[in-house]
Ligand binder design. Structure first.
Ligand SMILES: [Fe+2]
Length: 438
């Protein structure tokens, strides 16, 4: 790694630094009033290198953080490492660890599907954990999942199907998976692309999936330059692949777009021949010397005309975009994202977008440092934004974290409740609300 890259190892400093203790705290102080309708757990995953060292932010061992909320009370906070073979035996380099599907860092996301809670990282199998965040073991969908799975599968807001993919360094470079709402992987489909790229996330609509084949290309030279075996290579080109959800490789229609990188889309939906995808778009990634901010763009794919148009929706740097779970793959009015005007991936605030009106509302964290926030629908509500936005926020002055609960309808107001944790939750990646009756 170059000297400049070493100096930029932000992921080992401040609130990115790992915590080593596994804590269980049941006596949590709450400011404000926790809505009685919230009944479940707010889980969040992140890289927390057990040795205190890692070559890249993306490589540390997964640590899950959770707060259980029930009947207006915060019952507990827990943090637990995901105890995969990589945790039990951390020796070895990340590239060779890719051939063993159980050697997962399991550090990127945590989802629930068909009665299971799964910690995910894109180069390996999912890892199942229990209600108390204790590791159960690797999960490969009863042997149907031979290779790795993305950390960003999509649960259809309408059918509950789980749609996912895996990418590889050898052909087939991309493989599509479709899993029924009751957890049976019913389709595994190789998809033809030109080469090995890092495909972090993808998109679903009511009838289609859309792959993003973007020029973050597998390249071992990247280890020295960026800490990851990935390098920006614009000559690879960039394209979106639209496929019917139950289709195969021959059905994919590819659309060329301007080179860019998207870690995370906010949502996608279709209307007639058109597919709309809202994304946090960067000009590049894994390009030494470049630090391209993620900006909210809309891609409109006109399948009849064979074109893609790009429209910028905001000029603020935002990431970790989310929508209501029941709107995933369907037209959403509202979206939520973390605002990163300061550069580093710890948020100074959250933005609520109203795509119908083309407006947004800012929630200022007033010095707190946010991470991905999750919208939780009010079961008694009727409007799309009837609910709360929950996130882990670090408070530098106390060196501890809290869970904030923001009324989504009154988004600019202070939180309706703050659950104070006795420890800090390091800045991490993704999380989810897991309802008690998952
Ligand atoms: Fe991600």
């Amino acid at each position: 790694m170059s000297e400049a890259a070493q100096e930029q190892r932000f992921w080992l400093r401040d609130n990115f630094a790992p915590v080593f203790e596994e804590t269980t705290a049941t006596d949590l102080t709450v400011t404000g009033h926790i809505p009685e309708a919230l009944n479940g757990r707010l889980l969040r995953n992140g890289a927390n290198p057990q040795t205190g060292e890692s070559a890249h932010w993306f490589l540390g061992n997964g640590m899950l953080h959770g707060v259980e909320i029930k009947e207006g009370q915060a019952n507990w906070y827990r943090n637990r490492y995901v105890k995969s073979p990589l945790f039990r035996d951390p020796a070895g380099d990340p590239v060779s660890a890719m051939s063993d599907m159980t050697r997962s860092a399991a550090n990127t996301h945590v989802i629930h599907h068909a009665g299971k809670i799964l910690a995910l990282e894109e180069a390996h199998w999912p890892f199942e954990v229990d209600d108390n965040l204790e590791t159960v073991g690797p999960y490969n969908f009863d042997g149907k999942l031979a290779a790795n799975m993305t950390a960003h599968p999509k649960t259809c807001g309408e059918t509950g199907e789980l749609l996912s993919f895996g990418y590889a360094t050898q052909a087939p470079y991309l493989t599509y998976h479709r899993t029924s709402a009751d957890g049976k992987m019913v389709q595994v489909e190789p998809i033809t692309v030109k080469g090995a790229t890092m495909v972090h996330d993808f998109n679903i609509t009511r009838n289609h999936v859309i792959f993003m084949d973007l020029p973050a290309v597998w390249n071992l030279d990247g280890m020295a330059a960026t800490g990851m075996p990935i390098m920006w290579d614009e000559s690879y080109g960039a394209r979106l692949g639209v496929m019917p959800r139950e289709g195969g490789d021959a059905d994919v229609k590819w659309y060329e777009i301007d080179p860019c990188y998207v870690f995370h889309p906010m949502n996608a939906w279709e209307e007639g021949d058109r597919i709309y995808i809202d994304v946090c778009r960067m000009n590049d990634t894994f390009k030494p010397g470049s630090n391209s901010p993620p900006l909210l763009f809309r891609w409109t794919i006109d399948q009849a005309a064979g074109t893609v148009t790009e429209t910028q929706l905001d000029d603020r740097a935002v990431e970790f975009p989310r929508v209501c779970d029941t709107k995933v793959g369907l037209k959403n009015r509202y979206g939520y994202a973390a605002a990163f005007m300061g550069g580093l991936p710890c948020a100074e605030g959250y933005v609520k977008y109203d795509h119908e009106r083309g407006t947004s509302v800012y929630h200022d964290l007033h010095g707190g440092q946010g991470s991905e926030a999750v919208f939780v629908k009010d079961p008694a509500g009727s409007a799309e934004d009837d609910g709360w936005v929950l996130g882990y926020v670090y408070q530098p002055e106390t060196d501890t974290s809290e869970v904030v609960i923001i009324d989504a309808r009154e988004f600019a107001q202070g939180p309706v409740a703050r659950i104070h944790l006795p420890v800090r939750v390091p800045a991490g990646f993704h999380g989810n609300w897991v309802p008690a009756d998952y």
